[in-house]
Design a protein around this ligand. Sequence first.
Ligand code: ADE
Length: 264
Amino acid sequence: MNFYVMTLFPDMVEQGLNTSIIGRATEKGLLSIKAVDIRAFSEDKHKRVDDYPYGGGAGMVMAPDPVVKTCAYVKSLIPEERREKTKVVYLTPQGETFTQKKAEEWAKEEDLIFLCGHYEGIDERTLEMVVTDMVSAGDYVLTGGELPAMMMIDAVSRLVPGVLNNEASAEFESFQDNLLEYPQYTRPEEYEGRKVPEVLLSGHHANIEKWRREKSIERTLAARPDLLKDAVLSKKEKKYLDGLLEEKKRQEEASEASENTDRY
Ligand code: ADE
C-alpha cells in the first residue's frame, strides 16, 4: 500500500514512520510512505505558502496554489488507472472522527493521499478542488495534521496483510466485536505480591476464553460503555453484562442514598 503525505514538515513524517513494525514493512516493500514538501511547490520568491485571511482575523491561511500543485505532482506518481479513485484526505478537527472501521476501510485501498494543514487552515477553494475526505483525529486542536496523518497511517498499515508478524493478532484485540482488550500477563507468576489470575495458569482453554471475554466486557462497561450497544455478545455474555449493569445501578443508588443522608 502506498501512502503520500503532503506536508510542510516531510522529515517529521518520514522519520516518525521509519522505525519498528512500519519501518520493517516499508523495507520489505509491503508499504511505501512518501512525504512531499508543499513548500517546494511555492512559486513565491521567498517560498511562502501562507497569506493573510480575506476579511481579516487572526492567523494565516495556506494559499491554494502550492497545495494544488503538490497534489498534481503526487497524483502523477500514481498509475493513471488508479489516479481518479485515490482518496485525498484532509486532516482537520472539522472532519469525521477517525475510527477502527475507517482504518479497515482504508486498508483496502492501494494508494492514499493525506493533506496536512498548518496555520489557521487552508484556502477553502483548495479543499473544493483536491480533497475527497475530511477526517479528524479527535475532539481537540493540534498545531498541524502531521501527527494525525502518522497515527492514521500506523492504524491502517497494521491491517495490511503481512505487516504484523503474527497474522492472528490484528484480529484478537481491542475493538474485536466492539469490545476493549482483556488484560494480559507474562512471567513472573508473582510480581511484588501481585499474582497472575489463577485461571490463566490452569491450561483450561474454555475457562480462559470465558474469563477473557468477561474481562473485556467489564473493561468496556467501565471505560467505553458507548461501545456496548454494538458489541457482539453470546446469550451468556449478555446475561453477564446485565448482571454487571444491575450491580452498577445498585452501587449508584447506594451512593446517592448515602449522599442524601449526608446532606440532612
Ligand atoms: N489538525 C489540527 N487538529 C487536528 C485534529 N484534531 N485532527 C486532525 N487534524 C488536525
